[in-house]
Write a protein that binds this ligand. Structure first.
Ligand code: NDP
Length: 274
């Protein structure tokens, strides 16, 4: 029987995960199907329950459900525990296992695909939702010179940063709190680009030679990347590489084999120019 997987979110129609996992499955000769499922905002647990009860083997979780997914798991990986958010679920006979592959995907995209080492860099992470949670510890593991988190609701950023205080001092607050500071890497982990909103970032945050990275993908130049270009960021990147790399990690969790992510990223890039 073909094993069933899915991505669950709201919205979810824009997701490229089905295309990615179909390519991984073909590449690794795995018999599986992968679909996108829209869950009502108040119906995530029920949607997951239905999928698992009808033979689903695993699911990716996208916005805004990653923190809710964490609460549904009976067992979690160390990196999911650390993140407090889950983007990969595997359904066993008597358990729901949760993992978080976002951070590994982001770091691999920045350091391997983009060739931009994070060690010694000043990093600013924008956003304090499920995606931001998943990437803080993996970013800190790369030994940056410092990590700051800025969010529309500054108190949410402060609470989030506090959860990693045993690893490092993470500066946190609203966007205005970054005024007068410069960064080598600025990562947009807000969903503002989904609605085409521009973030109210102070001028001068992009250091010379800096990388501006938007986790959003498939929207061409987002308002965040346009602002970064105008403010002198040297390199601009969308989140397509992160998407492919976090998917490869999830595929490894589910199937025990790591696909060739570089080949799939190159194929998708032809369809979705940055
Ligand atoms: P959540 O819904 O959990 O969090 C949303 C975040 O965006 C919050 O910090 C929220 O701020 C902020 N936000 C939303 N709208 C605005 C706005 N108009 N202006 C400023 N801030 C805003 O979403 P996720 O964290 O799960 O996902 C965030 C983004 O990252 C999405 O676009 C998602 O597609 C992308 N993503 C991409 C991945 C990839 O592989 N490329 C992987 C994971 C995520 P507040 O707290 O103030 O409400």
């Amino acid at each position: 029987m073909t094993d069933r997987y899915c991505v669950i979110g709201n919205p979810v129609a824009h997701s490229r995960s089905p295309a990615i996992h179909a390519r991984f499955a073909a590449q690794c000769h795995q018999d599986l199907s992968y679909e996108a499922i829209l869950a009502p905002l108040d119906g995530f647990a029920a949607t997951i329950g239905d999928f698992a009860a009808t033979g689903g083997k695993g699911a990716n979780v996208t916005l805004p459900f990653k923190e809710e997914a964490f609460g549904l798991c009976s067992r979690r990986s160390a990196r999911a525990e650390r993140a407090g958010a889950v983007n990969t679920l595997a359904f066993g006979r008597n358990e729901i296992f949760g993992d978080n592959t976002d951070g590994a995907g982001l770091v691999r995209d920045i350091e391997v695909n983009l060739g931009f080492p994070l060690a010694g860099r000043r990093v600013l992470l924008l956003g304090a939702g499920g995606a931001a949670r998943g990437v803080i510890a993996p970013l800190l593991e790369r030994q940056p010179a410092g990590l700051s988190v800025a969010n529309r609701s500054g108190d949410k950023a402060e609470t989030l940063a506090g959860q990693f205080s045993d690893l490092a001092t993470v500066n946190a607050g609203n966007f205005a709190k970054t005024t007068g500071r410069t960064f080598d890497v600025v990562i947009n982990a807000t969903s503002a680009s989904l609605s085409g909103a521009t973030l109210p970032l102070p001028a001068g945050i992009f250091a010379s030679g800096s990388l501006a990275y938007d986790m959003m993908y498939g929207k061409g130049e987002t308002p965040f990347l346009a602002l970064a270009r105008e403010q002198g960021a040297a390199r601009l990147a969308d989140g397509l590489g992160m998407l492919v790399e976090q998917a490869a990690e999830a595929f490894l969790v589910w199937r025990g084999v790591r696909p060739d992510s570089a080949q799939v990223l190159a194929e998708l890039r032809e369809q979705l120019p940055a």
